[in-house]
Design a protein around this ligand. Structure first.
Ligand SMILES: [Zn+2]
Ligand SMILES: [Zn+2]
Length: 547
């Protein structure tokens, strides 16, 4: 059994414990263990067999016993039991309809139904309004959601990493291709879709319905189905004849507007075949957001990235040491890595004082001795204080190779004050890059009120780059803003803001987001060697006099 499968089972266990409203601590413990196992470079099944699973972080005796059971018998009895008890299909349907897990179970109990199909039947029979607390309004809303035609969507877009994992896992299990929003690398994915070649659709549809990720079917047709995850997220399966595979893949990948502009789509077994028949060059999925029928630019590619310029270490809130992060960066084929830990104003976590910065410099120098010609850069993620000053004095910043400036606290400032605050930071001669420029958290927190156009102007004038932060919750700048920044002539940097070795892998998300903004390698600063970036350092003299 592979690490990923083991981790998936533990995640399922955590979801069910959450559904059961069990001790929240145990659900979290299962999730943490799942993360550890997913990250582990060692084959966990072998560790379990050798009785040494507990050397992994977060694996105590309880979880170890479950792991042993899973490896030896292929299942976890408690998991199966929870699944029987909780009717995850019911909960999934309830969540899709906008009900909480507890409410769905209460509703099912009052109606005396045990499965999603029975719940649907009860609803269409008009029995919902017999349930205390369900008024005619709620009933109408539920019936409408049940009858929703066309493409079902989750109530909230899934973060890209979660969506990729979900759709990728389903595609792999069925031998299909991830399509929909995931293939366009959207920041919040609503249409989750897998396209499978299937001369005979029945077997693949049956396998889809049996997948552990899918707890019930929302719709089922001759050549397609929509399944629900336990979280109530709909996933579409398209089972297509081989000779029309390219056609359906194009249709399932592009946005509605993009596809509509190409219709009627010719029939072809491959995507290339479809574009050829349309007399168009193949279009990278990231650009299939708006109608576009031209020659696409040579978009930046992850393998062109030469280094990561924003990551953390145990000096602030990272989970790996400088040397561990650097070795992981080397394994990715990078030439350099900037360690950018926080400064004290960040508040929630430990920040580096000037003294810390200097001591960290010694550790970085030692790492460089060890790892040369790989280059660990002395960086900082320096807070921008509410008045626009930076959280470290200039003489400290002057020692560093790479300075990221970041707004963390005080994000609700009015637009003009926020814009002035950021502008002031960009004028600091040591700042090389503005981190997560808009400060959004996808689905949780909107963009800061900020005049981005003005920020681009000042960034261009002072030769400060703008970050495309690869954290799945941020993806900031977004693809649209990348396009605006590039049009303004500003350089971008693709960074991960990694807080662990695994976090360095989010470079693919950052680069994909840049690609959605039409970025070529020439637009992305860290496709170039450090010697060039270093030489670009701004002339410090012209700055002070300009103020
Ligand atoms: Zn930050
Ligand atoms: Zn950071």
């Amino acid at each position: 059994m592979e690490n990923r499968e083991i981790a998936d089972r533990l995640d399922a266990m955590a979801s069910l414990l959450e559904l059961a409203e069990a001790n929240p601590y145990s659900a979290r413990a299962y999730r943490r263990a799942a993360d550890t196992i997913r990250e582990s470079p060692l084959p966990v099944a072998e560790l379990v067999r050798a009785g040494s699973a507990r050397q992994l972080r977060g694996i105590g005796p309880g979880i170890e016993a479950r792991l042993r059971e899973l490896i030896e018998t292929g299942q976890i009895a408690e998991l199966e039991e929870l699944e029987r008890e909780l009717a995850p299909d019911l909960v999934a349907l309830g969540r899709y309809l906008g009900l909480g897990a507890k409410r769905s179970i209460e509703l099912a109990r009052s109606l005396g139904v045990r499965t999603a199909a029975e719940l649907r039947e009860a609803a269409t029979d008009g029995r919902l309004r017999t349930v205390p607390g369900i008024g005619s309004k709620t009933e109408a809303r539920l019936l409408e959601a049940l009858a929703r035609e066309g493409q079902p969507r989750p109530r909230q877009g899934l973060l890209l990493n979660r969506a990729r994992e979900l759709v990728g896992g389903i595609a792999e299990a069925l031998g299909g291709t991830p399509a929909g929003d995931v293939r366009r690398w959207r920041d919040a994915c609503e249409l989750l879709s897998v396209v499978c070649v299937a001369p005979e659709p029945a077997p693949v549809l049956a396998r889809f319905a049996e997948l552990p990720q899918i707890v019930t079917l929302l719709q089922r047709g001759a050549r397609g189905a929509v399944g629900l995850t336990v979280e109530g997220v709909p996933v579409e399966l398209v089972a297509v004849e081989p000779e029309r595979y390219g056609t359906e893949l194009v249709r399932a990948t592009g946005s509605a507007a993009y596809v509509a502009a190409l219709e009627p789509l010719p029939e072809a077994p491959t995507e290339i075949g479809v574009y050829r028949a349309l007399r168009l060059p193949w279009c990278p999925p990231e650009l299939r957001e708006q109608p576009f029928a031209g020659e696409p630019p040579a978009l930046a590619r992850p393998e062109q990235i030469r280094g990561d310029l924003h990551c953390h270490s145990t000096w602030s809130d990272g989970r790996a040491s400088i040397e561990e992060m650097a070795r992981a960066a080397m394994q990715r084929g990078y030439e350099y890595l900037a360690i950018c830990d926080h400064t004290p104003a960040v508040g929630a976590v430990r920040g580096l004082t000037p003294d810390d910065v200097r001591r960290q410099g010694e550790e970085i120098a030692a790492a460089n001795q060890l790892l040369a010609p790989f280059r660990v850069l002395r960086g900082i993620e320096c807070d921008i204080l509410p008045d626009g000053r930076l959280d470290l004095p200039d003489d400290v910043l002057a020692e560093l190779d790479w300075v990221q400036a970041s707004v963390h606290g005080g994000q609700r400032m009015p637009r003009q004050a926020m814009t002035e605050r950021v502008e002031e930071a960009l004028r600091n001669p040591y700042v090389r890059c503005l981190s997560h420029p808009t400060g959004r958290y996808i689905n949780r927190r909107p963009e800061n009120a900020l005049d981005l156009e003005r920020v681009f102007e000042v960034a261009l004038e002072h030769r400060v780059a703008l970050e495309v932060n690869g954290l799945p919750l941020r993806l900031d700048l977004s693809g649209e803003h990348v396009r605006e920044a590039l049009a303004a002539g500003v350089q971008i940097v693709c960074s991960t803001d990694a807080h662990s070795i695994l976090g360095l892998g989010n470079m693919t998300l950052s680069v994909a987001t840049a690609r959605r903004g039409w970025a070529t390698a020439g637009d992305v600063m860290n496709t170039r060697p450090w010697s060039e970036l270093r030489a670009e350092r701004r002339n410090i003299g012209d700055h002070r006099s300009a103020r």
